[in-house]
Ligand binder design. Structure first.
Ligand code: FDA
Length: 302
């Protein structure tokens, strides 16, 4: 089921069909609307509930240098808007959206321009991790920025990749800000753990290493066992609250989100918005087969 849904994320015909009926398919459980105004309302509500926001403008394929520069400008405008609204929100973006498949240097320059605007507002930019074809370039661009002293950027490591522990160790001298995730794409067993139990074990290994030796760790998961382990670990190792936060996805396990806030932990919600929501929506369905039932029920209710 997971593989079918992840392959469907690339199907243009299905994409056109589902996007014509977005609300009926229940996509708005996971996506905070298509416009900046709809999104800002979600930011206001999320902040009001005691949670920080990581903004994601949806879209992964850009076809021209102008489009990629337009995405960078949209992120800069969002950062300005956060400053005006005093929102507790930063941005998380994908390098493919900033032009990586067109030209690596273009994506790097676009990222640097967004980071510069973020720095003016003492804000932060996280670079999401995408399919394994982009892992090397993403880590190299992150490394270049850090080596040039840009310190308001962070990136992501995926626990399903065998390589991630080596990547983490190689980044440690740069005092990285890392978000640890399990990994959301379809990857072959030659490079990724096929069994969930191994992914979970590797997640804990990466998490402990990053918490002990990294600058900042975003514990991005909805997994009860890993969250309980993280809470016990930071207590035992006396990790200061400003060196970590939990992160979850908009619309996923809202009761667990509220519970963490009630217990006093820092929590950031990744809130995506924009018209190009189809691949993101399919990845969320793939994470939990029950979400497909949720989608079918939404369609049934109309
Ligand atoms: P797991 O899948 O084991 O789920 C744990 C529990 O949460 C289960 O009970 C499950 O049912 C519930 N749950 C999980 N997903 C759900 C969903 N969609 N709907 C309803 N319930 C759900 N990936 C990536 O490759 N690159 C990236 O940059 C990011 N960035 C990112 C940011 C943030 C803030 C988060 C939380 C996640 C990501 N991810 C990501 C996605 C990540 O790789 C992973 O696919 C999801 O977080 C789901 O995995 P869990 O860790 O929640 O565990």
């Amino acid at each position: 089921m997971r593989a079918v849904l992840l392959r469907a994320a690339d199907n243009r015909g299905l994409q056109r069909f589902v996007m014509r009926h977005g609300r009926r398919f229940g996509a708005y459980r996971f996506v905070a609307g298509e416009t900046v105004d709809e999104f800002m309302e979600a930011v206001r509500q999320t902040n009001g509930a005691g949670m920080r926001v990581a903004a994601g403008l949806l879209g992964e394929d850009v076809h021209s240098r102008e489009d990629a520069a337009g995405v960078a400008r949209a992120y800069c405008a969002l950062l300005e808007r956060f400053a005006v609204a005093h929102a507790d929100a930063n941005v998380a973006l994908k390098l493919t959206h900033l032009g990586l498949p067109i030209d690596r240097e273009l994506a790097a320059a676009n990222l640097e321009s967004v980071a510069a605007v973020a720095a003016e507002h003492r804000n932060f930019v996280r670079v999401d991790m995408e399919q394994s074809a982009h892992t090397d370039a993403t880590l190299a661009i992150y490394r270049e920025l850090r080596e040039r002293g840009v310190d308001n950027v962070g990136t992501v490591l995926q626990a399903y990749l065998y390589r991630s522990e080596a990547d983490l160790r190689a980044l440690l001298p740069l005092q990285p800000s890392l978000r640890i995730v399990k990994g959301a794409y379809l990857e072959p067993p030659s490079i990724a753990f096929p069994r969930k139990v191994d992914v979970d074990r590797n997640y804990v290994r990466l998490l402990e290493l990053s918490l002990r030796e990294g600058r900042f760790t975003a514990i991005a998961t909805h997994d009860d066992a890993i969250i309980a382990h993280a809470i016990e670990f930071v207590r035992r190792e006396a990790i200061a609250p400003e060196r970590f936060e939990f992160q979850m996805l908009y619309g996923v396990r809202p009761r667990l989100q509220a519970d963490l806030v009630r217990r006093g932990y820092g929590l950031r919600i990744a809130v995506p918005f924009g018209a190009q929501w189809f691949p993101y929506f399919m990845r969320r369905l793939a994470e939990r087969p029950a979400n497909v039932l949720f989608m079918l029920r939404s369609m049934w209710r109309g």
